[in-house]
Write a protein that binds this ligand. Sequence first.
Ligand code: ZN
Length: 190
Amino acid sequence: MADSGQVKNIELDVERAAMRRTALAQIRQYPDPVLRMRAREVEVFDEALARQAEGMIALMHDASGVGLAANQVGSLQRMFTIELGEEELAQAIVNPRVTPLGDELEIEEEGCLSLQGVLVPVERPISVRLEAQGVDGKELMLELDGLPARAVQHELDHLDGVLLFDRTTLEARREALAVLRPRVVLANSR
Ligand code: ZN
């Protein structure tokens, strides 16, 4: 099966599954308000930013994710980490700007590390140009198609406080909320 949005479709052995649960416990879950906030432009490219990026890449790997936005670890820096190809080739993307290339759209199911158990159809441009900075402040520009293009759009949404609910059909949104609601009630009653 293909990866979907932010979540990899892979079978995990027992050890990896335990590691994933531990990682997910460190990732902010819906309805945490930080997931609805807009992250701010990064202006200082220092050691602390580099350390945060390293931590996010490690957490993303442990969670078997293909991307992770700063909001999801409770930080409002405009930064996400992402795998744009090979498993180990993860990188931090800072102050991203995404422009669709062409007007072709595609609907694919997407999952999210902050919305566990939810998989909803989302329509997005197939090809995009990503302009951003690296964690060292250097400008970068990438043209992406297919899954990587979808993944950067998903991450950019997080930095704008946008979640999958906002991009799916009314019916899928209702179903997703039904999956999440019992957990919300449990979390509130603790
Ligand atoms: Zn997500």
